[in-house]
Design a protein. Structure first.
Length: 188
């Protein structure tokens, strides 16, 4: 009986040792990119931002597309959170850096009691590869009571040096900053 327990426990101990010695994960974040031009003089109501990603994109793992319509999901190379809140946070702060102070309601801030505008961004694609680029396809709409909606559709390609996760994070940050530039450029 003791021999049988030893035979069962030994593989579990060896498996546990392999688990403990596994390679640690590397975590990546998105960076806010300062505006290329001076802060715009747009006036108006504050803007609340909302971002929607397709379910397959909203994950923690860094993903790269391959030429054969497959995805390389990098389980040990991860975003610091699910991708949707990272994109929302980065876009909101990029917009805030391009608009007058107080014009963007940042994630976590209390919405004002009075009127405000809402910016809804629907990301259709946000992917790296198979070429050395990050592609961002998004539709956006600004809603304001009593005024016609302002809408746009963006196709942004951010070239990157390679498809390693550091370059993917940099390219994604640059694509989001370009989206912020395009949206601000349409505001009146």
């Amino acid at each position: 009986m003791m021999m049988r327990r030893s035979v069962l426990i030994l593989p579990l101990l060896l498996a546990g040792c392999g688990f403990l010695s596994s390679k640690p994960s590397t975590f990546y974040s998105l960076d806010r990119i300062p505006p290329q031009a001076a802060i715009t003089t747009v006036r108006g109501l504050p803007i609340g931002v909302d971002v929607v990603l397709p379910p397959g994109l909203n994950r923690k793992e860094v993903v790269a597309r391959q030429a054969n319509h497959q995805l390389e999901i990098r389980g040990r190379e991860q975003w610091t959170a699910l991708l949707q809140p990272l994109v929302l946070h980065t876009l909101a702060f990029d917009l805030a850096g391009r608009l007058p102070e107080g014009m963007v309601i940042l994630p976590g801030q209390v919405k004002p009691d009075g009127a405000m505008r809402s910016l809804d961004v629907v990301v259709e694609e946000l992917a790296a590869g198979p070429e050395h680029s990050v592609v961002l396809d998004a539709r956006w709409t600004i809603h304001e009571a009593g005024r016609p909606d302002l809408a746009g559709r963006e196709h942004i390609v951010a070239d990157i040096a390679g498809l390693d996760s550091t370059n993917i994070a940099t390219g994604t940050s640059n694509a989001i900053a370009t989206l912020a530039d395009h949206i601000v450029g349409q505001l009146k």
